[in-house]
Ligand binder design. Structure first.
Ligand code: NDP
Length: 277
């Protein structure tokens, strides 16, 4: 069975390793490759892959939004998020698009926080593709989602699409939270600021009062955001590697008759591969 991940850049994608490890759990043989493509060539590359017998594909940066345009069916959650990270062939040239990013984040937060419900205020910083993909799943898991982004217009647009989405001006993050100490909070960095090593203008009290500071980004070393959170006195920190593995497990189940892999034994192997890269 042939699978791939479309992205640009894609050389360091950990998805082939993750899916190999999952397949071993079920005795499945698969061939999971990396596909480098361009925005202009994306639709043709997807069509070619599925014409040649591809059994499923993942989509990563920067194609998650355009992927919604190349499918014939969108799941409700992918339509709501406006993003696709999983392609599923339906036969007769039909292709479904789904997103497992939101549920992947929720499952990782549940794992890290060791609880099924998320009765927290989740402050999501950022309003790009990653942020919009996780709002619905967080709300369904019981979280009150509050969003803050450097460009306020993006948050307003998301508020038109999602009910009960709260917002706070980005400049307010530089001051202590107004209900300091009265809210159980998780702070999620869904910006790409850590890519450039930039800290965010957030007052240390946001971290001190939170049960967890979570960066969707991950890397060989701790991210700028997690270093900032730890220096400010955060109780607990986690990077997005667990989200990556969880969203992959959910994609795997979509392609393999609902068989959901166990992520626990896979996580350390993926962490080692990341650090060795
Ligand atoms: P986008 O480019 O769509 O959005 C980027 C966001 O970051 C925007 O909200 C932008 O704000 C904000 N931003 C960028 N630089 C800064 C800065 N210096 N200060 C404040 N805000 C900033 O990116 P994505 O949403 O696709 O990805 C965001 C992050 O999530 C990436 O690091 C990505 O690696 C990670 N990710 C991780 C996944 C996982 O499985 N772990 C899955 C998906 C994404 P503005 O609107 O003002 O420009």
């Amino acid at each position: 069975m042939k699978f791939t991940v479309f992205g640009n850049p894609i050389a360091h994608s950990l998805s082939p390793l993750i899916h190999q490890r999952f397949a071993e759990q079920f005795g499945i043989e698969l061939d999971y490759t990396r596909s480098l493509t361009s925005k202009a060539g994306f639709a043709a590359a997807v069509a070619k892959f599925f014409r040649s017998g591809g059994a499923g594909a993942n989509v990563t940066v920067p194609f998650k939004t355009v992927a919604a345009d190349v499918v014939t069916h969108l799941t409700p959650r992918a339509a709501h998020a406006g993003a696709v990270n999983t392609l599923i062939p339906l036969g007769h040239g039909q292709l479904a698009g789904d997103t497992t990013d939101g549920e992947g984040l929720v499952r990782d937060l549940q794992r890290v926080l060791e609880r099924d419900e998320l009765p927290y205020e989740v402050l999501v910083i950022g309003a790009g593709g990653a942020a919009s993909s996780v709002i619905e799943a967080l709300q369904e898991a019981g979280a009150r989602v509050v969003m803050s982004n450097r460009s306020a217009a993006k948050v307003s647009a998301l508020q038109d699409d999602f009910n009960d989405l709260q917002a706070i001006p980005f400049s307010e993050l530089a001051r202590p939270p107004s209900l300091n100490g009265q809210v159980q909070r998780v702070v999620v960095n869904a910006t790409s600021a850590s890519l450039s090593g930039a800290e965010l203008p957030i007052h240390s009290a946001w971290f001190q009062e939170s049960v967890l500071a979570y960066d969707m980004m991950y890397g060989k070393q701790s991210t700028a955001f997690l270093k900032q959170a730890q220096a400010a006195g955060a109780t607990k920190v986690a990077d997005g590697l667990g989200m990556l593995v969880e969203q992959a497990a959910l994609s795997f189940a979509l392609w393999h008759d609902g068989q959901l892999p166990n992520v626990e034994p896979v996580l350390p192997a993926v962490r080692s591969a990341l650090e060795a890269n």
